[in-house]
Design a protein around this ligand. Sequence first.
Ligand SMILES: Nc1ncnc2c1ncn2[C@@H]1O[C@H](COP(=O)(O)OP(=O)(O)OP(=O)(O)O)[C@@H](O)[C@H]1O
Length: 810
Amino acid sequence: MNIDNLSLDQMMGEEIELIPLMNEEDEKRNKKQPIPEILPILSLKNTVLFPSVVIPITAGRNQSIKLLEDAYKENRIVGVVTQKNSKIDIPEPKDIHKIGTVAKILKMLKMPDGNTTVILQGIKRFQWTEMLQTDPYFKASIIPVEEKKPGAKNKEYQATIESVKDMALRIVDVNPALPTEASMAINNIESSSFLINFVCSNLNLTIKEKQTLLEFDNLKDRATEILRLMGIELQKLELKNNIQSKVRQDLDQQQREYFLHQQMKTIQEELGGVSSETEIEDMRQRAKSKIWNEETKQHFDKEINRMMRLNPQMPEHSIQRNYLEFMLDLPWNEFTKDDFDLKKAQKILDRDHFGLEDIKERIIEYLAVLKLKGDMKSPIICLYGPPGVGKTSLGKSVAESLGRKYIRMSLGGLHDESEIRGHRKTYIGAMPGRILQSIKKAGSSNPVFILDEIDKMGSSNHGDPSSAMLEVLDPEQNFAFYDNYLEQGFDLSKVFFIATANNIADIPMPLRDRMEMVNIAGYTIEEKVEIAYKFLLPKQLKEHGLKKNDISLTKKELEFLVETYTRESGVRNLEQQIAKLVRSIAKKVAMEEVFESKLNSEYIREVLGPGRINDKYENNEVPGVVTGLAWTRVGGDILFIESILSKGKGNLTITGNLGNVMKESARIALEYIKAHAQELGIKEETFDNYNIHIHVPEGATPKDGPSAGITMLTSIVSSFTQRKVKANLAMTGEITLRGKVLGVGGIKEKILAAKRANIKEIILSEENRKDIAEIKAEYIKGLKFHYVTEMMDVLKIALLKQKVKGAKTL
Ligand SMILES: Nc1ncnc2c1ncn2[C@@H]1O[C@H](COP(=O)(O)OP(=O)(O)OP(=O)(O)O)[C@@H](O)[C@H]1O
């Protein structure tokens, strides 16, 4: 047996007329309807019928069908109650509620499936008192139960009714399952009790809740309760709607993105480009051949998965792609095989460089240790010396002889630590550090890596690059060099670093401690001529596409070239001058002009211009002019110190763009001379009657340092005594007020410069004797050294008894 609600469709079937809504009149009529004292009782499983409400019912149980048929034939009045438990098929009197609603059968239809459908309208509530019959259906004696309805003037009740109406309309509004016509129906309801019962009947409530509502005797209480239940329902509906719309939005967004991605992929493929998926797949394939440790592998997987999640149109996508490309491009644990044939190495070094025997030997020793020990733990070599002496090119030869890749990185002007270590990749425009960029370029993890101009590295508020360099150069740390961009340690321990510098004093101390310093001082004129003859000229001829006998330059012409057109310790400028000459001939060859392949000094002058006469020792005819030796970043040089007396009040003037230390030397010298005037044969009043002016040409070049001390001393004494300075003499040394001569630096370069300038004798501090001992005999051939400790000794050697021609009497 089965009693169910009729669906809306069925209700709208042809044979059912639409039941007009209840108005006050209908209600009154209903109330007056006589109710018999004994009624057939129809039990419903899932429905509670409220007074005045019209509902369709389908009866499936035989008893119910019989009941309805009998009642329909009689007065069409039945008592409708709800079962306490809807699961019971054949209920007994104890299984049904006591309170129900008397109903009128408005219509009865026989359905094709054998069921009977009736349209019932609730009339008023009742309570059954005694069950008189249970077979074939329930029949019981009943008493009507009146409802208490507050009057029209009860404001609270009216307000509650208004709220019920508003709330009902809102529920219709937010519940997508309800047709919008429902709000029209609600608006048309005039009777307050019908409104309450209509809402009770149609609201989505449990049967138990509906039965409780039905059992409220006071309509106001029923209204209040329904209001509460509607509030809950409304909240539930709104929550559900919110969730649904959010889910829908998320889905819409995802679908949209998926759709757009697909479109983009197709467009990219049409244009012949590579889609992001293909790119990622390529990268995964490339990663398979990489020699990575577990940690790096995991890192790569994590990062590539991240890339997959990124939208290819977003800038993050290309940042991520660049990062992964960089990881893949780096030569992780990829090495070139070393060639440890040291004889061959020696040959290559000799083939490319003239002289430099000590340095070459040191390099071969280094390679020997590398061959035997197999690691690079020995300190890094730093070649230092003036520009153009072959520091960088030596590194290149080392790379060739070992069969390693060669890279050079200039550290000059580097101020920022991140240039070495890179920027964290979260920054826009972030890049890896230059060390790893160079390694990537080299394509192997063990190249010969020249760190050029390590002394020119500065520091700024962006951090000190030298601290990052410490990690690079320290064999204990560089097996896991951390680059901020890569976010991984990279092994630099197999890299053969060679650093170069011009001035070791400018290399930060901690860096200097980690390197083995090897000095390349510079070349003598003879050596330069040899280098030009054997290396630079053939190299330039080759570079300009000329044949060997297109140009012939004898050593004599080369010497002229060196002396007239270059002023340097190295050979870079010389190489440039040779290149100019070679170019001039190349032009003639190309234009098929007739030319003389043997280049003489006239031709050189024609191409290179008048040239400049190098500073050479001049003469000793003028008092107060003494030759000093200076050290500059470009090597050694000679310099003249001049002093002159003029009538005055004993003032000292110093010119020539001198630094403080040099000015102090002048003052020390003068005070020393004043203190020892008698010994030196100078009248004391001379100091008060004459001004002395000391000048060091060339004024445009800044000069500083203490090494001109003895030169200034000699110059001032020569001016005050008008004594001649020994011919072809030069000197260098620091002075003290006590009269001592201290040692100075840059001796090798100074000696070379002195030789070039035609100096024959040199005064040095005793402390510098050891430096001279280190210089090869051929460099100092023809030079005479005087080692002194006292300033008086300098004067004894430097000043002749003889006065200059036309000497003044002071
Ligand atoms: N002893 C030498 N034999 C042959 N060629 C040399 C020698 N010394 C230098 N050269 C040549 O001189 C040129 C300049 O040398 P290189 O660039 O190595 O100088 P550098 O000392 O590294 O200078 P910088 O300090 O400016 O870097 C190169 O072409 C190099 O081959």
